[in-house]
Design a protein. Sequence first.
Length: 187
Amino acid sequence: MLAARNPAAAYLEIGCFRNDLFDSLPLASKIGVDPVQGGTVRATSDEFFATNTQKFDLIFIDGLHTYEQVHRDVANALKVVNPGGWIAMHDMLPSSVMGQHEPHPEIGAWVGGGWKVGFELLQTQGVDFKIVKIDHGVGVIRVTNPGAALADLSGELAGPRFPYFYENYTRLPLVTWEEALPWLRTA
């Protein structure tokens, strides 16, 4: 929807895998980063951000789902998103202990520890943040203040696992697709 509203948008996708989303977006300016397959740049997101000089209007993060990596990807995305830009993150709502377990248990759907970044975004100034309750949770950030820096709660969040999420998820700004639509249409 965000891409359809801005066909001239510069798009960055972190973690392309089979290019399902990447190939479906009819944007002329797009970069996909994946160390294994898909996209247009064969590198880790850390390697890409270390040398990137381009700015983007839309960024989708679906790379390595560890808390530490999602934190770095969001922090780096905030540095390269244009004023008024949007960042989305996949897999923000684990449904089970195994679904968020690190390291990846190699069974079932794995969303990892990226949900922890949701709690950091609640403390981040200059962003409007919601988690849409679709497809394992899609976090969406609208940057309201260029130069916003992701809050670092790693000291508090490095250890907690699924019980912490289960006891605190109601603090997250969860919305249905229908509730998100009017907000997304402000793009």
